[in-house]
Ligand binder design. Structure first.
Ligand code: DGT
Ligand code: CA
Ligand code: CA
Length: 571
């Protein structure tokens, strides 16, 4: 967990330097280092011990020394000094849409505002609008922005919750006293955001399990410690509940604590009609009071004569009716994904070379990978000029001839300009194997205009996939206004697939919109948008969204063979 601490420090430093108006390259270096440390698959300490810190992309000599300093002394002089100039709480202001480093600095210097709460108070008292250049509208936007940021702080992304939960479950399952263990709650249902993490276990020695749990290295604070339930807060501010239940009740407790509440209410209603009572302790015959099931979750569905309903569907969104009629979908699985159709490399703003990304994809067992770096006008993301893209296409062709049983697609994440035209001429797009179109700028268009812009883009015969179709960033920015039904109709006619972008903050399309796409017969591509090799693992998040959206393998383009995909694009 020290790696998360170090990543947080580097990220803070990047923001603090930004507020100071420091060198943009230096700021970017800290940010990149933070991002790559955060997503390391191995322990950072292991890299340090073995003198391999250089192998982490984005770690230079400066950041390397600082990592050693933190590992050796537990603190970083440079950071401590910086804190005297810029209060760390000021950094949080930058998460408010419309508040950039310059404005944050002014709030601090001119009004002595040091944190979000203070800013909110000042905005509500109309004390910002007096500053030169700050209008009443700005003040209103700041108030709205703060509300959104606060909502985001209440819930974490699925990605963050999963990695924390996995770490805890892995450690606890090593105990010989732990017999069965599972996550429950919204995490087991794989919701896109999670309020708190719920974990359920059975054990012969509850005290031992609880003691181990509350002394895990990630625990900052223990809220409750009992025989059946303990709650802790991690030093990332994540609330985790652990429950120990009797083995003969494990199944019913798992069903109860997995939820959703709405789903469970429907299940209990069906049970009641059959003179059964279901609660967290078991299934009981209402007349005799006898317990008749509860050890395994499957029994609950069996006993009311329903096929098993997987956690991702338990939202009372039609799954009970579908189960009754035996037409539950056969949901797509991670193992059925054959490749990733949207990833970046060091050619634009990624952290790994094409070859490194290919190697990682092959290690996963993929059959193909589409290299889709950014297009020319997206300068902040290192967008490729026309010449550079042509050069990359040649390089990919050459590489392709060297790989057996693996296809590398030359692609691009082409920016959709404000008028719906694309960022490269058709003659160049024609040379690509795959074109992923996406919006990155001018996000505040009226609904009608935004819809027209996207429709125009996907009508271009070379466009194959519409990336992150609604542009939302969880806890950061709401979806832009679009008429998704219109877009889905046009996508269907033009053989364009829509993306589930598996990046933790995106997960866009979301579950509900995926189901709509399925109804229109529009194919979905689950892509990670990876910027470094480790992020290829985000695929599991995208698959979770697809499953919550009732998608089956035939609805997902990247479960198909490459020939089938290319012929769909041509068709
Ligand atoms: P979250 O944490 O806000 O993302 O959502 P959940 O679904 O994990 O909710 P949580 O942590 O409050 O509770 C976990 C599960 O326990 C929930 O999905 C269903 C069950 N549960 C909690 N409270 C109640 C309740 O009052 N009635 C019933 N039937 N079930 C409950
Ligand atoms: Ca929960
Ligand atoms: Ca809970």
């Amino acid at each position: 967990m020290i790696s998360i601490k170090i990543a947080n420090i580097f990220e803070d430093i990047a923001y603090m330097l930004e507020i100071k108006g420091d060198n943009p390259f230096r700021i970017r270096a800290y940010r990149k280092a933070a991002r790559n440390i955060r997503t390391l698959a191995e322990d950072l300490e292991k890299f340090a011990d073995e003198g391999r810190l250089d192998q982490i992309p984005g770690i230079g000599s400066g950041t390397k020394e600082k990592i050693y300093e933190i590992l050796d002394t537990g603190r970083l002089q440079f950071y401590e000094k910086l804190k005297n100039e810029i209060p760390p709480s000021l950094v949080k202001l930058l998460s408010i849409p419309g508040v950039g480093p310059k404005l944050a600095k002014r709030f601090y210097e001119e009004l002595d505002i040091r944190d979000i709460e203070h800013l909110e108070k000042m905005a509500k008292e109309h004390r910002l609008a007096g500053l030169p250049g700050i209008k009443e509208k700005t003040e209103q936007n700041i108030i709205k922005g703060i509300e959104m940021v606060k909502r985001g702080l209440e819930r974490m992304t699925l990605g963050v919750a999963l990695s924390t939960a996995n770490e805890i479950v892995n450690k606890l399952s090593k105990l010989s006293e732990v017999k069965r263990i599972s996550t429950a709650g919204s995490l087991r249902r794989r919701k896109e955001t999670i309020g708190d993490i719920d974990i359920l276990t059975t054990s012969s020695n509850s005290k031992k399990v609880m003691d181990t749990f509350i002394s895990l290295p990630l625990v900052e604070r223990v809220l409750v410690c009992g025989d059946t339930k303990s709650s802790i807060i991690t030093y990332d501010g994540i609330h985790v509940d652990l429950r120990v239940v009797e083995p003969e009740s494990y199944g019913s407790a798992l069903a109860y604590f997995t939820g959703s509440k709405a789903h469970n209410i429907r299940i209990r209603e069906i049970a009641m009609k059959n003179s059964l009572k279901i609660n967290e302790y078991g299934v009981f015959d209402e007349k005799t009071g006898m317990k008749i099931a509860g050890e395994n979750e499957e029994e609950i569905y069996q006993i009311i004569d329903l096929p098993f309903i997987v956690p991702e569907l338990r939202e009372d969104r039609g799954e009970i009716e579908a189960a009754k009629q035996n037409r539950l979908p056969g949901l797509v699985k991670l193992s059925q994904i054959k490749g990733d159709l949207h990833i970046h490399t060091i050619w634009s703003d990624g952290g790994n070379s094409i070859e490194e990304m290919l190697k990682a994809a092959q290690e996963i067992g993929y059959k193909y990978l589409a290299i889709c770096d950014h297009s020319q006008t997206l300068k902040v993301a290192g967008g490729l000029s026309e010449d550079k893209l042509s050069e990359q296409i040649e390089k990919i062709k050459e590489l392709n001839s060297k790989y057996k049983d693996f296809d590398i697609l030359a692609g691009s994440e082409v920016d959709i300009k404000a008028d719906g035209s694309l960022d490269y001429p058709d003659e160049l797009l024609e040379k690509l194997d795959i074109v992923v179109a996406a919006i990155h700028t001018r996000l505040k268009m009226p609904r009608h205009e935004m819809t027209r812009r996207i429709i125009k883009a996907i009508q271009n015969p070379y466009v194959n996939i519409l990336a992150h179709p609604t542009g939302r960033l969880l806890g950061v920015r709401d979806a832009y206004e679009i008429d998704l039904d219109e877009i889905l109709k046009v996508a269907k006619r033009n053989n364009v697939a829509l993306e589930i972008n598996a990046f933790p903050e995106r997960l866009d399309l979301n579950d509900i919109n995926c189901k709509r796409a399925k109804d229109y017969g529009v194919l979905i591509s689950i892509n990670t948008d990876s910027h470094i090799t480790n992020q290829l693992n985000y695929m599991t998040l995208g698959v979770s969204v697809a499953r919550r959206g009732w998608l089956e393998p035939e609805n997902i383009i990247n479960t198909k063979h490459i020939e089938e995909i290319l012929s769909f694009f041509k068709g």
